[in-house]
Design a protein. Structure first.
Length: 402
């Protein structure tokens, strides 16, 4: 049981009998130590100190009695299939993986990363918080009177003391592990554990705990109406996939052809810098959230970057600069292609022009503080997605001389 509880990746199911049950049919009294099992001893102690109702409220435990119907789990993997689909295509014959790529590795123009490297959810937020070309008001500077959005906002200042990869990874962990049937203000232990896991702390913290401030900010984000009728806290488990992993092979992919395909469809150069090289290996990644809304499937990514203390630092042109400066637009395109491949392989009669929706990036520090603030969206054209997909698949296209 110890191995099962400590090694389970998604969930561990235990079927327990009442700890005070009789030892056998011939005896009316329950078993006592040392005859009873360790599990019976644990449950008996928990019942005495907490009571059965309290067990159901413990973070990370879904306690049910006598076969109660499951509720949404901490990882909202759907009880029913996410999509009505045909069986997946057969796997190709195995071969050694020479290199493993991620968005972060490509953006940093590093040709390879170790096959065993496991990128954290917020690794792409490294070094971005203090970029002078992106950052706005100094959080230590006093607020002043002025137009709304041009002065420091209290909600942004409330989390100004925590930045960087650790904070981003903690926030991703909270959103991945949260119980969707409860607001985060009721899951403070989860938030505290996630902050501790990634060593997140702040100098001179205010009276209100960091966990409480994070809960307030994330609850507000989840309740924002991103589009008419679309709120993340109202998505059903069967309409979403959290941390959807993808992997696809790269065989002789010419990066210059990738640039050219984007340019021909009006998309900025996805990989800045000169040089022509090819990619061979495995492209891997995890999409923070894929969800279905009104018949369309969407990519959504969370960002914890500090862009400044003003609302204007998280809207319109400022967001476009952040997306371009950190390569997030290229990341959004890669994720969209990955979702498109998944849908085309599983959905009969799939049409990307009808069923593939826009990509949303939420800059969590500011999302919902004012209309459209902290929300970047883009619906890539079907033609661009098809062109990039062909390049990544290694399909050679005959070019017409000009």
């Amino acid at each position: 049981m110890y191995v099962a509880l400590t090694r389970a990746r998604h969930a561990c199911h235990l079927f327990c009998l009442p700890p005070e049950r009789s030892l056998d049919g011939a005896k009316k009294s329950p078993a006592r130590d040392p005859e009873r099992s360790p599990l019976d001893a644990i449950l008996a102690h928990a019942f005495q100190t907490l009571g059965q109702p309290s067990l159901a409220g413990l973070d990370g435990i879904d306690w049910r009695v006598h076969g109660e119907r499951p509720v949404d789990s901490a990882r909202p993997l759907p009880v029913e299939p996410w999509i009505d689909c045909r069986p997946p295509p057969p796997l190709p014959s195995p071969r050694p993986i020479s290199h493993r790529y991620s968005f972060s590795a490509l953006w940093r123009r590093a040709e390879t990363v170790a096959v065993t490297d496991e990128a954290r959810a917020a690794d792409d937020e490294a070094g971005g918080d203090l970029d002078p070309g992106l950052a706005g008001t100094d959080p230590a500077a006093p607020t002043s009177l002025g137009e709304p959005g041009s002065v420091a906002h209290p909600a942004l200042l409330a989390l100004a003391g925590v930045r960087g990869i650790g904070f981003g990874n903690a926030v991703h962990a909270i959103l991945e592990r949260r119980r969707p049937d409860r607001p985060l203000r009721e899951q403070i232990e989860l938030i505290e554990r996630s902050l501790d896991e990634f060593d997140v702390c702040e100098p001179n913290p205010p009276a209100e705990s960091l966990a409480e401030r994070v809960a307030e900010r994330l609850d507000h984000t989840l309740a924002v109406e991103l589009r008419p009728g679309l709120r993340l806290d109202r998505l059903s488990a069967t309409d979403q996939r959290v941390e959807m992993a993808f992997h696809f092979p790269l065989v002789g992919v010419d990066v210059d052809r990738l640039r050219r395909a984007c340019r021909e469809h009006g998309e900025p150069d996805p990989l800045s810098g000169s040089g022509r090289y090819t990619l061979d290996g495995l492209m891997s990644g995890k999409i923070d959230l894929c969800f279905r809304h009104e018949g369309r499937f969407h990519v959504l990514d969370y960002k914890g970057n500090w862009l400044g203390a003003r609302l204007d630092d998280y809207r319109d042109a400022a967001l476009d600069r952040a997306m371009a400066g950190h390569g997030y637009r290229f990341q959004a395109l890669l994720y969209t292609v990955a979702l498109d491949r998944h849908l085309s392989s599983r959905l009969p009669d799939y049409r990307r022009d009808r069923q593939l929706g826009e990509c949303l990036y939420l800059f969590l520090r500011a999302t919902g503080l004012a209309p459209s603030v902290g929300i970047w969206s883009q619906r890539f054209s079907p033609e661009l997605i098809a062109a990039v997909d062909r390049v990544l698949a290694g399909v050679m296209v005959t070019e017409t001389p000009t």
